[in-house]
Every structure is written in structure tokens, then in C-alpha cells.
Design a protein around this ligand. Structure first.
Ligand code: SF4
Ligand code: SF4
Length: 481
């Protein structure tokens, strides 16, 4: 090992940002946040002009009135934190997760049928990857029970596991959902473990009895909803073209009024012409009363009519900034604002995530389709190309390894110089497949957008940590799916 005194240092890899009047560094190799005081700023300034030997750096700090021990301590601390690095240091690849990484969450697609015909749907729309021909439309009890057994067997060591119910339209198979909840609770309890449940629905089939069941069983609910009627009804329509807003609005109100055990979330898909983020947020949060609202631009090939162009995405970003500013005002008063795009990123920053993969797909999370085929996540369910085995025969470890290997940040060379990679890690595998035909391709069409948004969340995080640090404790457990 080279003695520190013989080293030549350069600046390490970090992204500087400010928040609440303080300066911070986002340390990229560690995915960690480091507050920058005057001493750290001085050392960084000295290296901004170029590399310096250890001795040279100490002398430059001495010229800034640092005592010798103080300067040596500072340089040692900055080297340990990788704020400065030996000039010939190379990028350390992130350690790959172990091959037997335990499962944490299973997304069970109870049906691949839907009573809506949303044109942008990744399951039925023009960019779909599913090949459901010849496969069951509804999951049966045997497959569902085998799925629960699979989750419990593959999650050894985890006391709590998570099941998300998905579709098609999930509630088209509500009788099975009830049975799965009872079965999973029984099986988990017999092992001294617990299961946490959630579901995603278009809300068309909600009834008072279903709402009661969801509340009684602490099942988290996400409603796919795109805003007030004239926006929601542009693409979220029945097969005859009729919009679904009028059907779901009273049901959503009943859900929010009647479900008392978990927050209710709206998930908005932004498309061309449905980009009024602030207006949509106000309607869903204030008029309807959702606890949280999250937005995602539609996943699509760029030439679709409903794709959002660059100008549209710039407008979305401006409105995200507006809601983020409001979020900060709320947080400084100790209140949750409800814009989940900020909360999800703040949680990742608080937890110090440094991702080898963009999400848990194929790793701690898998999807199961009505046929029992296992997929990396719900978006790949029923796709022969992406199947990772079957619930009856188990995971095809070679296919899983190939999927994970291609999605690993170490193999996404375009991302290796990007400071946002600890959080982004190249972005959604499904979107990469739709855009580039390869789940392991970096989603390079939105890098500037992602970096801008990540910087915004860092600034909010910094301001909260400076002015109301206790608020951040809310994010210790939060996980985004
Ligand atoms: S996809 Fe783009 S923003 Fe994301 S890590 Fe790679 S280079 Fe950075
Ligand atoms: S980010 Fe994409 S690949 Fe990952 S779980 Fe979500 S939809 Fe699936």
C-alpha cells in the first residue's frame, strides 16, 4: 500500500449542492451525503486547479492558516470519504448481489384481463411485451397458493415479506385475492412471519364490501388515475371509448373515506396532453383526498401519439420543481405534502442507497402471471421472452443471472461517469426494452431530466437536514415499488 505522503491527490467523484443555506457533497462512489464546511471547501478549492502531491496539499492548506495537524487530519478524512482520491485511482465496480439474494416482494398478477382499454397500457397497448395467447386469463387458487409458498421459501431470513396484487384489472379476480390473503397470512404465521399486502386498481370495480375488506386487512391501495375528468378520460377509457372518470370518482371517494388503515395513493401516467402536473396534483390531493400522488411519464417508443416530447418533459420538470418547493415548505413545518416523487427519492437518499440495479426486479422482487410463469416484475408478466421460470418448476437461475448481469450498472458503460448513477442505475429495465430492445440498456433519453430532478431532491434533502432533521426519520422504512 502506498504511503499517504507519497500520494498525488485529485478530486474524488462528487456532486456539490446547497440546501437550507448549507453546502453539501453527494459522494458518488458511496451514494452518501457529506456536509461541506469551510475547511473541506478550502481543500476542494486547492485541488480544483489540478492534482497535488500530499506534501503540496498540506503546504497549500498551511498557507490558508491550517495548523499542520489540522491539515493532515483533514486530508486523511477527505481521503477516507473519497472526497479526494489518489490521482491514478480507478472506478471500483459495485459488488454484485449474491446469486441467492432472498426475495422480498412478489407481484401476483391475478388476471391479465382488464375492463378498460387505456391506449398507453404497457400490457395491452402498442408497446406491449406480453404474449398471453394460449395462457390462462385468470390465475387459479392452486397457482396462487404455489406463488405464496414460493415467496415464503425464497425469502428465507426475512421476517416480513410483501405481496402486491396486480392485473390486468386486479379486482376482476377479487374472490381469489381474498383467498390469497387468508392463505398467505396462515402460512406466514405458521412460520412466525408476516405478510404486508398492497394492490393496484383502476377503481372501477370497488364496492363498499371490497373497501371494507381492504381496510380490515391493511391492504395498501394504489389507484391508477390521471387527473380531473377531461384529462383522465383522454386515454383511460372503456372499450367503447367512454371515459372512466364518472364511474371511478364516487368509488375513489368511498375508498378514501372508508379505508382507515393505510394511506391511499394515486398513480398518474403522464402522456402528451396530460402534463398539467400541478393541476392534476391539486385535483387528486385536495379535491379527492388521496394521501399521496405519484407521477410517471408513459413508457413508450418515442413515435407514439401519446408520447411526451422533450418540450413536454421540460414543462413537466418545471411543474415538478413547483411541487417540490411546496413539499419543502410542508416538510419544514413537519407535514407530509403528498408528492411521492420527492418522498421516494428522499427515502433513497436517507437510506444511502447505492444501486447495482435500478430496482429490485429479478432480485428482491419478482412477478407471477396467471399461468404461473415468473417474470422479473409485473411489467414483464406473460412475456415468453422475459420469463424467468415457472412457479411449479422454480426460477431458471441462468436466465435470472443473464437478466441481472445485463442490468448491472457495472455493465452500463454510458453511466460510469454520471453522478446520478447511485439512484438511477440506468433506469427501468422495461422502459429500456421498449426503447432500445434490451433490458440492460441505459435509458439515455432522459439523463438530463433525471440529473436535474435528482439535484432538486438533493437540495430539498439538504434543506430539511439543515432545518428540520427529525422529519427525515419518517423515511427510514419507506420503500417505493
Ligand atoms: S441512465 Fe443516464 S441519468 Fe441514469 S445513471 Fe445512466 S447516465 Fe446517469
Ligand atoms: S422500475 Fe421498471 S423494471 Fe423495475 S420494477 Fe418498476 S417497472 Fe419493473
Amino acid at each position: 500500500m502506498m504511503a499517504a505522503a507519497a500520494r498525488t491527490y485529485r478530486l474524488g467523484e462528487f456532486h456539490p449542492f446547497e440546501g437550507g443555506g448549507r453546502r453539501f457533497l453527494y459522494l458518488v462512489p458511496a451514494g452518501a451525503i457529506f456536509e461541506m464546511d469551510a475547511a473541506v471547501a478550502a481543500a476542494i478549492e486547492e485541488l480544483q486547479a489540478g492534482a497535488a502531491t500530499h506534501e503540496d496539499l498540506l503546504q497549500r492548506l498551511a498557507a490558508r492558516n491550517f495548523a499542520p495537524e489540522e491539515a493532515a487530519e483533514l486530508v486523511a478524512e477527505l481521503a477516507a470519504m473519497h472526497v479526494i482520491a489518489p490521482h491514478d485511482a480507478t472506478r471500483e465496480p459495485l459488488e454484485a448481489p449474491p446469486a441467492d439474494f432472498p426475495l422480498q416482494s412478489l407481484v401476483i398478477n391475478l388476471t391479465n384481463q382488464c375492463n378498460l382499454s387505456c391506449q398507453y397500457c404497457y400490457e395491452f397497448g402498442e408497446d406491449k411485451v406480453a404474449t398471453p395467447q394460449g395462457k390462462p386469463k385468470f390465475m387459479d387458487l392452486e397457482t396462487a397458493q404455489a406463488s405464496v409458498d414460493f415467496l415464503l421459501a425464497q425469502s428465507a431470513g426475512r421476517r416480513a415479506v410483501h405481496i402486491t396484487f396486480f392485473g390486468g384489472e386486479t379486482l376482476m379476480n377479487f374472490p381469489l385475492l381474498r383467498e390469497v390473503v387468508a392463505y398467505a397470512n396462515r402460512q406466514a404465521a405458521a412460520q412466525g412471519r408476516t405478510v404486508d399486502f398492497s394492490l393496484t386498481t383502476n377503481a372501477t370495480l370497488l364496492t363498499p364490501a371490497i373497501i371494507q375488506f381492504l381496510s380490515d386487512n391493511r391492504i395498501g391501495v394504489t389507484v391508477s388515475m390521471d387527473g380531473p375528468a377531461e384529462l383522465h378520460d383522454k386515454l383511460r377509457v372503456f372499450a367503447n371509448g367512454q371515459g372512466s372518470y364518472a364511474i371511478i370518482e364516487p368509488r375513489v371517494r368511498a375508498l378514501i373515506a372508508g379505508h382507515h388503515t393505510r394511506p391511499i395513493t394515486a398513480r398518474v401516467t403522464l402522456t402528451s396532453g396530460v402534463t398539467d402536473v400541478v393541476r392534476i396534483f391539486r385535483h387528486l390531493k385536495q379535491d379527492l383526498g388521496f394521501h399521496e400522488v405519484g407521477f410517471a411519464p408513459v413508457t413508450t417508443a418515442p413515435n407514439r401519439l401519446y408520447a411526451i416530447g422533450d418540450r413536454g418533459m421540460d414543462g413537466v420538470l418545471d411543474q415538478f420543481h413547483q411541487l417540490a418547493d411546496e413539499y419543502l415548505e410542508f416538510a419544514l413545518r413537519g407535514e407530509m405534502h403528498g408528492f411521492s416523487n420527492v418522498s421516494d427519492t428522499i427515502a433513497e437518499l436517507y437510506q444511502g442507497v447505492n444501486k447495482s440495479h435500478p430496482c429490485g426486479a429479478g432480485l428482491g422482487l419478482m412477478g407471477v402471471g396467471p399461468s404461473g410463469d415468473i417474470a422479473p416484475c409485473h411489467r414483464f408478466v406473460d412475456s415468453d421472452t422475459h420469463a424467468l421460470g415457472n412457479i411449479k418448476t422454480g426460477v431458471d437461475r441462468a436466465k435470472q443471472a443473464d437478466f441481472l448481469n445485463r442490468g448491472n450498472i457495472n455493465n452500463k458503460y454510458d453511466c460510469h461517469t454520471c453522478w446520478a448513477r447511485p439512484l438511477c442505475a440506468g433506469g427501468c429495465h422495461h422502459e429500456a426494452f421498449v426503447r432500445y430492445g434490451d433490458t440492460g440498456h441505459a435509458n439515455l433519453h432522459y439523463c438530463d431530466w433525471v440529473r436535474d430532478w435528482t439535484d432538486t431532491c438533493l437540495r430539498i434533502y439538504g434543506a430539511i437536514s439543515a432545518q428540520n432533521p427529525d422529519f427525515l426519520e419518517k423515511f427510514a422504512e419507506r420503500k417505493a415499488l
